[in-house]
Ligand binder design. Structure first.
Ligand code: URA
Length: 269
């Protein structure tokens, strides 16, 4: 008879996945602080026997030297500006090593949808499902986003979707302001190259980063503002992030109003 899986073990694995530990790297735990020589680590002679006997640290694979955030943002700006097509921009983003998030993500999540679309949606950052598939909004919030779009007669063939940050932050934490600042030139150039008529920011971080609106999203959502793409002025609006709507379904009534406003703007514009 096969043993049924321990439900506690399943919960623990789910907890690890949610916390960003999505790869098994060894049978035994290693106290890496104890392997570091420096003021925080006890001297070798004082360390417990177990630590002294631990294998020497394995040399990390060669990675490009980390850049200061300002330097990285400047490098991103120069690189983004040099892209004349979305394919060029995608290759540039995939080859960019100035943002530390890339080192912990499994894939670059550049975009999904139709580059000719008149509506562009921008979320915050990929989550675990997006990191696995390499596409934005494919997890639970993506499924809700699909339903929201369907409600106004749209789908992924008629919209273009991207994120402020193209790499999953470890454990699905929020991207830091520095990480967002480094990646900003890429999403700005992406908007310029897609050249949509209507831009929709999904959630507060996207709204703050792209539209500079610092009010609570519950106040700012649904209000049209002008967004200058560098080529022309377009209409932009912030609405609730689908992940928030999954947690607060009563707020869907406000998202519905925003969807109707988006539909109207596309019809009139
Ligand atoms: N949340 C986001 O902001 N973007 C995704 O791609 C998925 C979830």
């Amino acid at each position: 008879m096969t043993e049924s899986p321990d439900p506690n073990a399943r919960d623990l694995i789910e907890f690890y996945l949610d916390a960003g530990a999505d790869a098994f790297i060894g049978e035994e735990p290693v106290d890496r602080f104890a392997l570091v020589d420096g003021p925080v680590a006890p001297k070798v002679a004082e360390r417990p026997a177990l630590v002294r006997e631990a294998a020497p640290p394995i040399a990390a694979p060669a990675r490009p030297a980390p850049q200061a955030p300002d330097e990285a943002a400047t490098a991103a700006r120069i690189a983004a500006r040099s892209a004349t097509t979305l394919d060029e921009l995608r290759a540039i983003v995939e080859g960019f090593d100035g943002c530390a998030l890339k080192a912990t993500a499994s894939r670059t999540v550049f975009s999904d949808g139709n580059p000719q679309a008149r509506l562009m949606l921008v979320g915050e950052a990929p989550g675990r499902d997006e990191d696995i598939e390499g596409l934005p909004f494919v997890g639970r919030s993506g499924k809700l986003l699909n339903q929201m779009l369907k409600a106004i007669g749209l789908d992924r063939t008629s919209v273009y979707i991207a994120n402020i940050v193209p790499w999953r932050p470890p454990g699905n934490r929020d991207p830091s302001p520095h990480e967002s600042a480094i990646c900003l030139p890429f999403i700005l150039r992406q908007i310029q190259l897609v050249d949509p008529d209507v831009l929709v920011c999904l959630g507060k971080p996207s709204m703050q980063t792209l539209l500079g609106l610092m009010e609570p999203i519950s106040k700012a959502r649904g209000r049209w503002v002008t967004f200058n793409t560098g080529k022309r002025d377009i209409k932009a609006l912030a609405t609730f992030h689908p992940a928030f709507l999954l947690r607060s379904p009563l707020q869907k009534r406000f998202a519905w109003r925003d969807l109707l406003a988006i539909k109207k703007a596309l019809k009139n514009g």
